[in-house]
Design a protein around this ligand. Structure first.
Ligand SMILES: [Zn+2]
Ligand SMILES: [Zn+2]
Length: 351
């Protein structure tokens, strides 16, 4: 099959690699769309400086397509059926205490198979997946819309960890795909008001289009002061941190939170953050961290996201700003990496 091989940072080469074969309990998925995730960009920028990743390797976990082949013992799926995929690096061992209670995002062996790291290969023609991670798609959803489910599932998990009350003001820092998905899920979850902060005009405009009640240009204003003004000095009941990376946004999260409020970190920080513990204690803040998704009272959060998407309650069209072929994946990453000039939100690769 044709696949993008990642040799480290910006070095991505499209090459022929051996076709994977579906073993027992596995499904081969013909990839029709795969989104570039913030975590792909962390690798591209070498933000995390990880040394445990083999090079070159295949990537791409936000994918959808159709069933190309079924391994032994797989029932309930048909070759040719259109499907979404809960990506392989997020699958737990199924046996540990966290997996057994549905929190497989906390599994120590998550994404490992016989001690080796396994990963979906959405940036290739086919991806080898586990049958229990496959979700058949209803007719109305396109592959690129379904490829957003990984993002939406993260937002479902955020709402699970810090659910809004009907009178709550929720402030979301960062209007990238995760921030936008949180806007939609917090509105669906019943928040009174959802306010979004970002430095990019295009991102703020997208936040409005997915249902934000108000936006704050963080480049032009002190965000915590703006949130205090907007809430009559009370602050945000829930602050969702969806910037992460190298951004210095965590201290503002704590400043803009209301007394007795919550700060939920969904964005992936790539360096340590400092906390004003005195202020957090005075406010009795609850600071929570959200790591991808698992099950919510036994229900897969990926499936919750799919149900909302299939019901037409979400606006996936706002996210997908660019689409590239697999041969053009280098340009796809450049576009996703340079949001300031490209105004990209979610960049899709269609192998
Ligand atoms: Zn992702
Ligand atoms: Zn486990």
């Amino acid at each position: 099959m044709k696949a993008a091989l990642f040799y480290g940072m910006h070095d991505i080469r499209v090459q022929e690699v051996p076709d994977p074969v579906a073993g027992p309990g596995e499904v081969l998925v013909r990839v029709r769309a795969a989104g570039i995730c913030g975590s792909d960009l962390h690798f591209y920028r070498n933000n995390l400086q990880r040394t445990d990743i083999e090079l070159p390797h295949l990537r791409g976990h936000e994918l959808a397509g159709e069933v190309a082949a079924l391994g032994e013992g797989v029932i309930g799926l048909q070759v040719g059926e259109r499907v979404a995929v809960e990506p392989r690096h997020l699958v737990g061992c199924g046996r540990c205490r966290w997996c057994l209670r549905g929190d497989y995002q906390l599994c120590v062996s998550r994404g490992l198979s016989a001690g080796r790291r396994v990963h979906s290969t959405g940036f290739a023609e086919v991806s080898l997946e586990l049958a229990h991670s496959i979700y058949p798609l209803p007719d109305g959803l396109s592959a690129s819309e379904a490829a957003l489910l990984d993002v939406y599932a993260c937002a479902v998990h955020a709402v699970h960890l810090a659910p809004p009350r009907p009178m709550d003001t929720v402030v979301i820092q960062g209007a990238g795909p995760i921030g936008l998905a949180c806007v939609e899920m917090y509105k669906l979850g019943g928040a009174d008001k959802v306010v979004v902060c970002d430095v990019l005009a295009g991102a703020l405009e997208a936040a409005g289009r997915v249902g934000a009640d108000a936006v704050i240009d963080s480049a032009a204003a002190d965000v915590s002061e703006a949130v205090m003004d907007m809430t009559g000095g009370v602050g945000a009941d829930i602050v969702v941190e969806a910037v992460g990376g190298l951004a210095p946004t965590f201290s503002a999260d704590v400043r803009m939170a209301a007394r007795g409020g919550k700060v939920l970190v969904v964005g992936m920080f790539s360096r340590p953050q400092s906390l004003d513990a005195f202020e957090a204690q005075q406010k009795e803040l609850c600071i929570l961290f959200s790591n991808s998704y698992g099950r919510w009272d036994g229900v897969p959060e990926f499936g919750v996201a799919l149900a909302q998407l299939a019901a037409g309650r979400l606006r996936p069209g706002v996210y997908i700003t660019h689409t590239f072929s697999l041969d053009d994946i280098g340009r796809a990453f450049e576009t996703a990496d340079n949001k300031r000039t490209s105004a990209a939100i979610k960049v899709m690769v269609e192998p």
